[in-house]
Design a protein around this ligand. Sequence first.
Ligand SMILES: [Zn+2]
Length: 79
Amino acid sequence: MFGFSIQKLLILAAIIGAVWWGFKWIARLDQLRKAQDRSKADKVGGGTPRVEEMVECPGCKTYQVPKPDKSCSNCGRLL
Ligand SMILES: [Zn+2]
């Protein structure tokens, strides 16, 4: 009755394997959920703000973001 047969050992191994696989699967789902939460938080706000390089106008010495035509919005000189 208490003998260890190959069938019993195989079933035990299968149960242990299933439990181990289940834990791995749960851990992976949890990791995915956390990654999604993080990327959502980045989109809502808090992420790095958009940065634009500013250049100094040689004419009026003001710093501004270059426009497509590269002219100063203050004095009209080329930046
Ligand atoms: Zn200027």
